[in-house]
Write a protein that binds this ligand. Structure first.
Ligand code: ATP
Length: 306
């Protein structure tokens, strides 16, 4: 009986790990209510990443048939470049990141990576190639080290620490009573949004995927945290094909192309300079954000004087 108990125990362990992993991914994307299963095509082959060029070709998508969300989206992220997607709330920005991860299938058009339609490749290989830093990272109820190592289970302790350093979270972790062995998550130490995001960045640095999706947090961060996150994002996106879903326009001025989405369509596209000189939706958004941050700055200075 003992001989049987050990493998059964092991299967139970593996099962729990997989369930937890899936729950994490689903929570990460806010997909707990997804009912339709995406399955591999019978003849699916592993994605062969050459340099990680992404292409959306006339993509149409709706979560439910009566309400189209994306209506003919075409863009390319050349290998190693950074493309930012901006636009008003509800425009469909995060939907684009979910589609690239193939959490849903599109109604028409195609999404390809290095020329391979993502519907024709195994989900496992697709998700191995794409790293995601979500808006709201859900941490496991485990140590900080475990949460970082999740990016690559076989990573050594030194690699985990190095990833934390690159993600600008190592000093914070070292200051905790149990350092990297500090328990986090619901039953452990509660981390702030910015800290959790940096843990997610460290995890992604370890995973080292050729393609990266960064879904910027909507919540306002203080300037210092924002700069730290920016530095760590720059580290992780360097030389990788990167799609940024951006809420703060200041973080994407250097993007190779900015795509402005409105009501599921591309309203404007170009570099920051192009879009500013067009004086359209992007320029309006930029001016409004500048005014807001200047007002905040004035308020802060006034409070400092008091
Ligand atoms: P934000 O800037 O507020 O994050 P967004 O541009 O990223 O917005 P999406 O999250 O892509 O917007 O959502 C686009 C639209 O799709 C919204 O109207 C939203 O209500 C709808 N939507 C998002 N997720 C689902 C879902 N799981 N089922 C049905 N509709 C959804």
């Amino acid at each position: 009986l003992m001989q049987l108990a050990v493998p059964l125990n092991f299967i139970g362990f593996v099962y729990r790990e997989i369930r937890q992993g899936l729950a994490d991914l689903e929570q990460m994307f806010g997909l707990m209510d997804v009912t339709e299963e995406i399955t591999d095509a019978p003849d699916a082959t592993p994605l062969e990443v050459q340099n990680g060029a992404i292409r959306f070709d006339d993509v149409h998508f709706a979560y439910d048939a009566n309400r189209p969300i994306l209506q003919g989206i075409s863009f390319e992220v050349p290998a190693g470049r950074t493309i930012a997607i901006v636009g008003p709330s509800g425009a469909g920005k995060s939907t684009i990141s979910r589609l690239l991860y193939r959490f849903y299938d599109i109604q028409s058009g195609a999404i390809t990576i290095d020329g391979q339609d993502i519907r024709d490749v195994t989900q496992r290989s697709l998700r191995a190639a794409v790293g995601m830093v979500p808006q709201d990272t859900v941490l496991f109820n485990d140590t900080i080290a475990y949460n970082i190592r999740y990016g690559r289970i076989a990573a050594t302790e030194a690699e985990v620490v190095r990833a934390a350093e690159l993600a600008q979270i190592a000093d914070f972790v070292r200051g905790l009573p149990d350092g990297f062995d500090t328990m986090v998550g619901e039953r452990g130490l509660k981390l702030s949004g910015g800290e959790k995001q940096r843990v997610a960045i460290a995890r992604t640095i370890l995973k080292s995927p050729p393609i990266l999706i960064l879904d910027e947090a909507t919540s306002a961060l203080d300037t210092h945290t924002e700069q730290e996150i920016q530095t760590s994002l720059d580290m992780v996106s360097k030389d990788r094909t990167t799609l940024i879903i951006a809420h703060r326009l200041s973080t994407i001025v250097d993007a190779d192309e900015i795509i402005v989405l409105r009501d599921g369509r591309i309203a404007e596209r170009g570099t920051h300079r192009d879009l500013m000189s067009q004086g359209g939706l992007y320029a309006d958004m930029w001016n409004r954000q500048q005014e807001a941050s200047e007002a905040e700055e004035r308020l802060r200075r006034a409070q400092e004087k008091d």
